[in-house]
Design a protein around this ligand. Structure first.
Ligand SMILES: [Fe+2]
Ligand SMILES: [Fe+2]
Length: 208
């Protein structure tokens, strides 16, 4: 069998769908590499900044990694602007949708909302609302998103920053996207992991 027998989904049988499931599993296994390829096309997107979108993404991820952030945070920082390619008006939601099945819920939320939080830094110059993030005050991950934007996003437009190359992060992307989608052990609803190792140490001290 090279293709399914049906031309309308409603006519498919168990054999057709078993065949398709096999193909889907095989295709999904290539997600990490497709994303890494997509990152290289970020090198050509959105001109005008002193760094390309890929450079910005690598800087964000490098800062996260140097801060001692865990793999969920580092990969989230790397991919936080990947939505720019196809969704320039909701790039944050698009990126969040890509990572959501494979990272902690906390990280997906932060990536989803980072566009609103980033307004703090330039909203006043573009006729936007710098305080757009206030709508999320009281959310458990509000501070995480504020810190993500301050430490890793708004700061990462420096052409002189010594960032790690995409190849350095590739194994981390592969590890994250090899996880079982929506595994509760990965998504860990309600769990907050601090962004930095200093934050992790402080959290541990406060729990003892
Ligand atoms: Fe962004
Ligand atoms: Fe960004």
């Amino acid at each position: 069998m090279e293709t399914v027998k049906f031309t309308q989904m409603k006519d498919g049988d168990r054999e057709d769908y078993a065949f398709l499931t096999e193909h889907e599993v095989e295709y999904a296994a290539g997600t990490a590499d497709r994303l890494l390829d997509a990152m290289t096309s970020l090198d050509k997107s959105l001109s005008g900044y002193k760094v390309t979108r890929l450079g910005h993404s690598l800087q964000s991820a490098t800062r996260a990694w140097r801060a001692g952030a865990d793999i969920d945070w580092v990969v989230s920082a790397l991919l936080h602007d990947i939505g720019d390619i196809y969704a320039p008006y909701n790039h944050d939601e698009y990126a969040a949708a890509i990572i959501r099945p494979f990272v902690r819920e906390q990280c997906a939320w932060v990536v989803e909302k980072h566009g609103d939080f980033q307004m703090l830094y330039y909203g006043e110059h573009v006729g936007g609302n710098p305080n757009k993030r206030d709508a999320f005050k009281g959310h458990a991950c509000y501070e995480d998103c504020a810190d993500f934007c301050e430490m890793w996003d708004q700061s990462s437009f420096d052409p002189d920053y010594d960032m790690m190359p995409l190849a350095f992060f590739a194994p981390m992307v592969r590890e994250v996207f090899a996880r079982k989608a929506y595994d509760p052990q990965v998504v860990r609803p309600g769990i907050r992991v601090p962004l930095t190792d200093a934050g992790v140490a402080a959290q541990r001290a406060s729990q003892n």
